[in-house]
Design a protein around this ligand. Structure first.
Ligand SMILES: Cc1ncc(COP(=O)(O)O)c(C=O)c1O
Length: 393
């Protein structure tokens, strides 16, 4: 990569994040403690503030990744061996692999035509095919930061007695994603809309579920480490009530998260500006299909699609040309049902989920990170327009 190449993603880190890390390093307490607790409280307050204005009880639990968050949420819903969890094929493997952690099986569902979101009608048909006592949960993915049709999904899930765990890894901040289902899970991975390097947050509304997640997050121990050491009377005492996991978020990372949280709306505005520039540049093009968008879109991705009818260049060759122009891009996603593990284990073929293939095969995710200069955005636009013009069918 040369120094004027444009990376696909780059975190927005300022002196405030640096200061926060140094503060924690000097405090003498590096693992989960008061920073993580404050991060959780500030996250809950954020969700209750305008424009999100989430009502009712909100429990926020910081974890070391969205993957562990999804795992804990499914576990707290009672998902176990032999159960099934419905997921879109158009997602990252984390969404499906967490079912396997618990001995359950992911069951894939196609996306709605022209979208990257689980299709409610296909979801209902799939649930009807499954043994009713085995279908335990559905994980809708708010792909790219745009909310799924949660009203339809919640209606179906309630009708068939399924829990809903929202995979909101891409969708912070959004007024429509992450706080509607039984639980929602956000990601703070390095490329995400706010980041702690690695990290995640589980949001749930039920006290019992929150307690279970809290215990299982730290080895099945009934009290968090901080509580143990801050309680002078019994600093050494704890009880193990389950074989839990080690999924806590350390204070060094939580401190970064607190600063990023305070920036979240500003960062969204920057991504919106880039998306608007792309939209206006590409909207007249017969070679390109613009990403779906709508209210509450966190604009984590800009998933452009090529129009194969009008181009004589494949998506993969198009990506190679962009790379030669010094532009980093990505693909979201290679459908899970085409991955060796899922394909072989569940005897799946490409044709099983035609809309997912249709949406993902022509997709290229363009850079959309806060801090991109106008000149960089223009370089991406010019490269995309020039390659598509050169390879017009
Ligand atoms: C849709 C989706 N879900 C879950 C994850 C997992 O997030 P994390 O890396 O925080 O575990 C990702 C990560 O890229 C993702 O894209």
């Amino acid at each position: 990569m040369s120094h004027d190449d444009i990376p696909f993603a780059r975190p927005f880190i300022g002196t405030e994040e640096e200061d926060a890390v140094i503060r924690v390093l000097r405090s003498g307490w590096l693992t989960t403690g008061v920073e993580a607790m404050n991060f959780e409280q500030e996250f809950a307050a954020f969700l209750k503030s305008p424009p999100i204005l989430s009502t009712g009880d909100i429990h926020c639990l910081a974890v070391n990744s969205a993957t562990s968050g999804l795992h804990l949420a499914l576990e707290a819903c009672g998902v176990g061996p032999g159960d099934t969890v419905l997921v879109p094929s158009c997602t990252f493997t984390a969404t499906a692999e967490v079912a396997r952690y618990l001995g359950a099986d992911p069951v894939f569902v196609d996306v709605s035509p022209g979208s990257f979101h689980i299709d409610p009608a296909a979801l209902e048909q799939t649930i009807k095919r499954l043994p009713p006592e085995k279908a335990k949960a559905v994980i809708p993915v708010h792909y790219g930061g745009l909310s799924c049709d949660m009203e339809a999904i919640m209606g179906i899930a309630r009708r068939y007695g399924l829990k809903v765990i929202e995979d909101a890894a891409h969708a912070f901040p959004s007024a429509l994603a992450g706080t509607v289902g039984d639980a929602g899970v956000f990601s703070f991975y390095a490329t995400k809309t706010i980041t702690t390097g690695e990290g995640g947050m589980i949001v749930c509304h039920d006290e019992t579920m929150s307690r279970r997640i809290s215990v299982m997050r730290s080895h099945g121990i009934d009290r968090a480490v901080w509580n143990r050491y801050s309680d002078a009377r019994a600093s050494w005492y704890y009880e193990v009530v389950e074989a839990g996991y080690k999924y806590n978020l350390p204070d060094v990372l939580a401190a970064i998260g607190r600063v990023q949280l305070a920036r979240a709306w500003d960062l969204l505005r920057m991504r919106e500006e880039i998306a608007a520039a792309y939209d206006s540049a590409f909207s007249g093009s017969e070679y390109l299909l613009l990403p779906p968008t709508g209210p509450g879109d966190a604009r984590h991705l800009y998933p452009l699609r090529l129009n194969p009818q009008r181009l004589r260049i494949s998506r993969d060759e198009f990506i190679q040309k962009l790379k030669e122009a010094g532009i980093g891009v990505s693909v979201h996603f290679i459908p899970l049902h085409t991955m060796p593990f899922y394909k072989n284990r569940y005897h799946l073929t490409e044709e099983d989920f035609p809309e997912t293939i249709q949406s993902c095969r022509q997709e290229i995710s363009l850079p959309i990170w806060p801090g991109m200069s106008a000149a960089q955005v223009n370089r991406v636009i010019e490269a995309v327009l020039s390659i598509s013009g050169n390879f017009a069918a």
